[in-house]
Design a protein around this ligand. Structure first.
Ligand SMILES: NC(=O)C1=CN([C@@H]2O[C@H](COP(=O)(O)OP(=O)(O)OC[C@H]3O[C@@H](n4cnc5c(N)ncnc54)[C@H](OP(=O)(O)O)[C@@H]3O)[C@@H](O)[C@H]2O)C=CC1
Ligand SMILES: CC(=O)[C@@H](O)[C@H](O)COP(=O)(O)O
Ligand SMILES: [Mn+2]
Length: 362
């Protein structure tokens, strides 16, 4: 039996994690929950899983405090945004397995988060990174030639820059293949999500940026691939359903039977692959640049994006200007001489103030 704290239990990842746990009461047990604004759902979840108020946290600080005080085997971090950093740090410092959906905390913390983690302590839940972790089992780390991340391309695949300037928040939230929270869905539309995922892959698998590729695969069935030195490519394929990587994240390396449907090979399928249009979607190039620059640059990329996404949904920014805001913040940023958690938090604060001021003056 694995005891799990589900952080962000009221969200897309969190509710799907609870579905997996509910269906496997002999293997998984909830011992803590956290939410933010949806307190009615949080209370209902606590009641269903028989948890007292002391095992329910509201907000990022309370969630981190719960992770520090409550014993468990696994912390599933399904919070949105870099607000999840305190939970990631707390889980690693307490020696828990960290099933990580909250990619932002790894990206902004970078080497600091890596230093806190023991080999195997972070299990990726993000679908691409779960796929890579599964494919990696086919060879030795030293035999890996390349990582190939797949991207759906989002709702604006094939759009020109001029078309991107016209899109609405409702269109940005219409993801072609995945049903997810607002921020990650918007990031998929701008390809910021794929940029963040390239940095995430570099940090998780220690593969240099030059050997991490992205290909657009609109069907989202091939979740990512690993190319080995002999030319073999191992891919992980399944119809898009986050319950599969969430279950693996909580049970790694064991698989739970029946969590998701497999591909139906009796039917015809067409899987396509095409290059990313980097002339229209600059966020991927910029993410590689900030990833290679390291220090506090990834934190600035992420925080300025979070501000810009919020402004876009509030009607204060055009969709294409999300990229302009990130690029401007990154180009103005003076990185810290020595990376520390305090320096990351200060860089984030600076990026949010700078992004807000750019947005107000656009
Ligand atoms: N959804 C998906 O399929 C995938 C998600 N991810 C990643 O997983 C993470 C969660 O995404 P998703 O579940 O879609 O997001 P949702 O918006 O659906 O859920 C976010 C969760 O975090 C809580 N939350 C939001 N902001 C804060 C905050 N400032 N402090 C504390 N809690 C907060 C929300 O609480 P409340 O609702 O109560 O306000 C909710 O429980 C993100 O990092 C995302 O990139 C990665 C791959 C796939
Ligand atoms: C399901 C998942 O892992 C998301 O992060 C997904 O990657 C979004 O899809 P795209 O970013 O490829 O559009
Ligand atoms: Mn993903």
């Amino acid at each position: 039996m694995r005891e799990v704290i589900v952080i962000g239990s009221t969200g897309s990842i969190g509710t799907q994690a609870l579905e997996v746990i509910r269906a496997n009461p002999d293997r998984l047990k909830v011992v803590g929950l956290s939410g933010f604004r949806n307190l009615d759902l949080l209370r209902a979840q606590a009641e269903e899983f028989g948890l007292t108020e002391s095992k329910m946290a509201v907000g990022p600080d309370a969630a981190a405090a719960l992770v520090r005080s409550q014993s468990c085997d696994v912390v599933l971090n399904g919070m949105t945004g870099s607000a999840g950093l305190a939970v990631t740090v707390a889980a690693l410092e307490r020696g828990r397995t960290l099933a990580l959906a909250n990619k932002e905390s790894l990206i902004v913390g970078g080497p600091l988060v890596k230093q806190l983690s023991k080999p195997g302590q972070i299990v990726p839940v993000d679908s691409e990174h779960s796929a890579i972790a599964q494919a990696m089992l086919a060879g030795k780390n030293s035999e890996v030639q390349k990582l190939i991340l797949t991207a759906s391309g989002g709702p604006f695949r094939g759009f020109s820059k001029a078309q991107l300037a016209q899109v609405t928040p409702a269109q940005a939230l219409r993801h072609p293949t995945w049903d997810m929270g607002k921020v990650v869905t918007t990031n998929s539309a701008s390809l910021v999500n794929k940029g963040l995922e390239v940095i995430e892959a570099h940090l998780l698998f220690d593969v240099p940026f030059e050997r991490i590729e992205v290909t657009v695969h609109p069907q989202s069935v091939v979740h990512s691939m690993v190319e080995f030195v002999d030319g073999s490519v191992i891919a992980q394929c399944s119809p898009p359903d986050m319950k599969l990587p969430i279950a693996l994240g909580m049970m790694w390396p064991e698989r739970l039977a029946g969590v998701a449907q497999a591909v139906d090979w009796t039917k015809s399928h067409t899987w396509t692959f095409e290059p990313v249009d980097e002339a229209v979607f600059g966020s991927l190039r910029l993410a590689r640049e900030v990833g290679m620059a390291g220090s506090t640059f990834p934190a600035v990329y992420n925080a300025s994006n979070e501000q810009a996404v919020e402004a876009f949904h509030a009607g204060a920014l055009r969709f294409d200007q999300i990229f302009d805001v990130i690029e401007s913040c990154v180009s103005q940023h003076v990185p810290t001489a020595e990376l520390s958690l305090a320096a990351v938090l200060e860089a984030e604060r600076w990026a949010r103030v700078t992004a807000d001021s750019l947005i107000a003056n656009l």
